[in-house]
Ligand binder design. Sequence first.
Ligand code: IMP
Ligand code: MG
Length: 185
Amino acid sequence: MRKNIKDDIDHILLTEEQIKTAVKELAGKIDEYYGNHDSRLLLLGILKGSVVFMGDLMKQISIPVEIDFMKVSSYGSGTASAGSVNIILDLYRKDLSNTEILVVEDIIDSGKTLNYLVGYLKLKGAKSVRTCTLLDKPERREVDFNTDWYCFRIPNEFVVGYGLDFDEKYRALPYIGVLKPEIYN
Ligand code: IMP
Ligand code: MG
């Protein structure tokens, strides 16, 4: 018999209900901010961590949106930042001059991923590039990067669930939790 992934969780940091409320609130801000713009709005999810957030967020947005995904390198099997950013799956669009991109990220840690991606997408010719994240760990910042919108600021703790993984596991948990210390060892 395989174990229940919930048994590896030490404590829940953010409940399903808290996340749901925050996602709805963010969708309202996106509706409000982009509502009177004429350009196309592209929600650009960063794989794989943002998939759950992206799925829930897009359902709460009322204005017309398009979706796409990019995949960039992130952590290996551990919990320490990899450092450099590699594009594994790129965004292919002929012309971005009438497209406003809203990058949808799971968590901002060092800030290196989004700092790099925003510059990259601007170079590709997007009309605007903004970012939203479910979680922000401001204490961990290594580059000067601020997100346009976030749902939660959290302390410097490694978290899993709602798309976020440790060693590719725990993404399917419906909440954000902290693993039992023995799981890392
Ligand atoms: P950054 O470039 O250091 O900001 O890295 C952001 C990426 O690191 C996120 O998209 C996650 O994939 C990963 N990451 C950072 N902190 C955590 C965490 O606490 N749990 C799971 N993944 C994390
Ligand atoms: Mg990620």
